[in-house]
Write a protein that binds this ligand. Sequence first.
Ligand code: GDP
Ligand code: ZN
Length: 285
Amino acid sequence: MVKNYAGFYYVDTGNVLFQCRARGKFKKENIKILTGDRVVITELVPSKEGVIEELFPRKNQLIRPPIANVDQVLLVFSFNNPAPNSELIDRLLIMVGALELDVVLVFNKFDLKAPENRLFEYYQKIIPKTVAISAKESLGILELENLLKDKISVLAGPSGVGKSTLVNRLVPGAKLVTGEVSPKIQRGRHTTRHVELIKLPQGGFIADTPGFSNLDLPKIERNELQNYFPEIKQNRKNCYYPDCLHVKEPHCYIRELLERGEIPAFRYENYLSFLEEISVREGSY
Ligand code: GDP
Ligand code: ZN
């Protein structure tokens, strides 16, 4: 089901978009059919109308936007205008990881890249699906299209990085509203109440409404945080203390890597600041 609009469910069967009603049992049993749900329909021949008969079990379900069976999150940042904020990148990576969703990390506006900014190069090392693109100049779009093929993807990322421009580039005719970078329009542009999955020309879908606007860290324990930092997770076994949190413990291999410059200071600082955030929250229970 790709869209619930004006009392109808729209179901994409691969080559036809059916306008459907749902059997009364769903309402009776208080079951809500979500965008992203896989369903069985009967066709009301010879029209393009149908009836939803069954709902397949969901692999997962996001709350905002309300979508079922999400495969991955397309985290979009830009090389410049606005410049990427590593704290926000790392926070969103943790949020996506905690939901056990895959991530595609996109740096848009490659045409505006400042050579001294090395964030992209580092993330490319630790996040396998990291791509540099320009939605405006159509650079790197093929590579991204391959990563989106046959998947249900949800967008996330700050305002002004080019999410709408990107969707319009991927799906000619999607007509998402784009805007100039201006603080005045940072809120309110994505207030559409129904969420729609837009079909990608190569197969797969992308949600028209970005998610992850609430930036609270997920409910994880202090010692779990390191699992969301691949470079810490992979190297922690070399710390002297098995329960090392890499703060001040002696013979900490992670801090050794930091001193050697193999882990950049910004990543370690973000780790420490999230650790602090979790500690404060635990303390206030
Ligand atoms: P959103 O808030 O993330 O949906 O961002 P928009 O798609 O509205 O884009 C914000 C601004 O960035 C618009 O003025 C776009 O024209 C511009 N923009 C988008 N992609 C690119 C790009 O690749 N390069 C440059 N230079 N500007 C871009
Ligand atoms: Zn350590």
